[in-house]
Design a protein. Structure first.
Length: 128
């Protein structure tokens, strides 16, 4: 087996572990936080006749992290969702590194374009 093929397999294995770890970590954070939330607030009756928008502490990553460190369980759930969103982005980023190691210019450029589209969609608000 030639060295490049082994390198491809190692990169694929790393990326699969990255995705598996990210999704598992995200699901664990959301599940544990959700259970804690239900323990603390499961007895409350929701008031569907009144709409309350999300507070500022749960609308940006720094505020979510700050609220989470203060013990806000909703922020912990939000953080788990952020981990889920970051996981495929990390996969694309590490794919770029793998293609750089392989010196595959076409895939480097294509993957940078994909990462750029992801970042524009996330940070511009154009994604919905």
């Amino acid at each position: 087996m030639d060295k490049k093929r082994l390198s491809d397999e190692q990169i694929e294995i790393f990326l699969s572990h990255l995705l598996r770890f990210g999704v598992t970590l995200s699901a664990t954070v959301v599940a544990i936080s959700g259970i804690i939330y239900l323990i603390l607030h499961g007895h409350e009756t929701p008031h569907f006749h009144r709409f309350h928008g999300e507070k500022n502490d749960l609308t940006s990553i720094p505020n979510i992290v700050h609220a989470m460190l203060q013990g806000n369980v909703k922020a912990m759930i939000q953080f788990g969702i952020i981990l889920l969103i970051i996981t495929p982005i990390a996969r694309v980023f590490f794919s770029i590194i793998g293609f750089i190691m392989e010196k595959d210019l076409l895939y480097i450029v294509l993957t940078i374009i994909v990462l750029s589209i992801l970042m524009i969609g996330i940070f511009s608000g154009l994604g919905g």
